[in-house]
Design a protein around this ligand. Structure first.
Ligand code: SF4
Ligand code: SF4
Length: 219
């Protein structure tokens, strides 16, 4: 999932300065899971904005609507009728959703209401951690399913650096050295021979931007 954090109310109010009609657009997939911009967060934010603007005597109309996913056109269509009535959309989707709205609604200003952080997993209730940097050419087959590109502070590909101490990373005693995790798992799975030898350098060009993937028809 994509993980994001809500921007502060002050930052959002600042972005919306000068607008008269704003639609807060929630996104009910990843953003709902990380409590950054699903239906509930969109309703709470719209109410907070209405109260804050009223208190400050600012004349601005704020409505809200949540769609299933803002990164797919068929779901964005559900916003089309409402969007036409607004000067601006405050998107609570990840950056992909904000871009998608900007592509489709050429005459409406689109603002980001959250800060997109990473592709990650839920570690425990209310705690998310990054796991993938979308490098374009996955090498998890060589690292026992644990990503050194994303989880090593230096994205080292052939083993730990000299800062690895007692299983922890030199950047923080709270962060496991990912190469310790990789080696431990490879030992458990009897895969240590895969770590030997010199592997070719990773093809970093596979993850360059802008990128596009086209699904080829099979058969
Ligand atoms: S190797 Fe690349 S694609 Fe695979 S998990 Fe790591 S960053 Fe993501
Ligand atoms: S200690 Fe481990 S995780 Fe930290 S930078 Fe070095 S190799 Fe990477």
């Amino acid at each position: 999932m994509i993980v994001a954090e809500a921007k502060s109310l002050e930052r959002i109010k600042d972005m919306l300065k000068g607008q008269k009609k704003v639609l807060v657009a929630g996104c009910n997939t990843c953003m709902a899971v990380c409590f950054a911009g699903g239906e509930k967060e969109a309703a709470v934010l719209a109410t907070s904005l209405r109260m804050a603007f009223k208190f400050e005597g600012v004349d601005i109309e704020v409505s809200e609507k949540t769609v299933e996913r803002q990164c797919e056109n068929e779901f964005i269509e559900a916003l089309r009728d409402e969007a036409a009535d607004f000067d601006a959309i405050l998107s609570l989707a990840c950056g992909a959703g904000v871009n998608a709205l900007a592509d489709i609604f050429a005459d409406i200003v689109v603002y980001p209401g959250v800060d997109t952080k990473f592709i990650g997993v839920t570690e425990s209730a209310g705690v998310w951690a990054s796991r993938c940097s979308a490098c374009g050419e996955c090498i998890l087959d060589q690292t026992a399913g644990i990503c050194p590109i994303n989880r090593c502070a230096k994205s080292l590909l052939h083993g730990p650096c000299g800062g690895s101490q007692g299983g922890f990373c030199e950047v923080s005693k709270d962060i496991p050295c990912v190469w310790q995790l990789i080696v431990d798992r490879m030992k458990r799975l009897n895969l240590m021979e895969k770590l030997g030898g010199v592997r070719p350098p990773k093809d970093w060009s596979a993850g360059t931007n802008p990128s596009r993937v086209t699904k080829e028809e099979k058969g």
